[in-house]
Design a binder for this molecule. Structure first.
Ligand code: SAM
Length: 347
């Protein structure tokens, strides 16, 4: 019985705790980033399958009873989900959640930053791959760079602290902007995190030669700034953090060349209630069907707990072990099951 299980004992087959839930609230996005949604057409989740806010709250409650204390709202673009601040306030009421964050492309933040802050959102991470409007347009197929920069300002103005800026670094696209982005981060008091280009579902233009590795990023920054020191901390966060000689901190998420499966406590719930134990997992666990069929809380918690206890996923390490590494899922596979898309399961 789940009720007799100590929260701290919900660990997977490798002893990794169930702690960190990424909650995709929509598969829709208002950008078409080359590295995530490069196609013209997509197969969308059906609307009637989308979890309501009440259903999301119920599932998050159950997850939190089993040890989840960090939730990150994501998507797709989470701010496309109507009434998101209402969901935020429902989740913020859960005392077990110590960290309630959101990852957004920032386009709609100017409109929503105040409501999100008032609703109790703790932290915001904004994706920003370039400081050049023309490049942004080429990369995302949308002319919205100014809106993103305004969104970044709005976050600070309404009172959020701890802003992070996430940059996917792609060779031939933006690897010449590492220093500019760090300098911009200093100006807006945000910590920049460079993400290695990943071969996730949806990245149909991925190839290893476009990956700018952690080592390349560090060498480039060290050449410009001088000695970089690692920040030593005990954390299961994906970013490894470093400090420049002037004290500025930044992070690198090196899932492609230096995977961190060993400490991964993250799982992902899609907007239609499919639960994925790994970003690379091909199959998920359907939590919507039992929830809508009226299964008891104990039964659903037991399903979550027993599934987690059998988890042995280490997708990024397995990708790294491949002799030939190409696109993870071809376009036909993505059309057959849109849950394989990064924008569906939430990056
Ligand atoms: N729309 C929101 C945003 O732009 O932040 C949230 C969803 S987006 C899928 C979440 C994160 O995944 C973003 O920081 C994005 O840059 C990252 N991402 C998407 N595809 C990626 C890839 N192929 N490699 C590395 N990061 C990727």
């Amino acid at each position: 019985m789940v009720d007799t299980v100590d929260r701290s004992l919900i660990a997977d087959a490798f002893g990794r705790p169930l702690r960190n839930l990424r909650l995709s609230v929509t598969d829709r996005c208002n950008l078409r980033c080359q590295y995530c949604m490069p196609e013209e057409e997509y197969v969308w989740l059906s609307r009637e399958d989308l979890l309501t806010f009440e259903e999301i709250r119920e599932l998050v409650d159950m997850f939190s009873e089993l040890g989840v204390d960090k939730v990150r709202l994501t998507g797709g673009e989470p701010l496309l989900r109507k009434g998101l601040p209402t969901l935020v306030s429902m989740l913020a009421d859960n005392p077990r959640l110590h960290d309630l964050a959101m990852t957004t492309n920032g386009i709609l933040l100017t409109e929503h930053a105040q409501a999100l802050y008032d609703a109790g959102l703790h932290r915001v991470t904004i994706s920003l791959d370039t400081l050049r409007p023309e490049r942004f347009k080429r990369l995302t197929r949308r002319d919205a760079h100014l809106k993103v920069l305004q969104g970044i300002q709005a976050v600070e103005q309404v009172g959020f602290t701890g802003l992070k800026l996430d940059t996917v670094v792609i060779r031939g696209t933006n690897e010449d902007e590492l220093v500019d982005l760090i300098e911009y981060g200093k100006r807006v008091e945000a910590e920049v995190r460079f993400i290695e280009y990943m071969d996730v579902g949806g990245a149909t233009q991925w190839s290893m030669d476009k990956v700018v590795s952690r080592a390349d990023i560090l060498a480039h920054l060290e050449h410009h700034y001088g000695t970089i020191s690692p920040i030593r901390e005990l954390s299961s966060a994906p970013a490894e953090r470093f400090r420049l000689p002037d004290g500025t901190a930044f992070g690198i998420i090196a899932s492609t060349t230096t995977p961190f499966c060993r400490t991964c406590d993250r799982s992902r719930l899609t907007a239609d209630g499919m639960w994925y134990l790994c970003l690379y997992a091909q199959k998920g666990i359907d939590l919507r069907t039992p929830l809508r069929a009226g299964a008891s809380r104990d039964d659903i918690r037991a399903l979550i707990a027993s599934t987690w206890q059998r988890r042995y996923d280490r997708g990024a390490e397995q990708r790294q072990e491949l002799r030939f590494r190409g696109v993870l899922v071809q376009i036909e596979g993505l059309r057959e099951d849109p849950h394989l898309e990064m924008h569906t399961r939430g990056g």
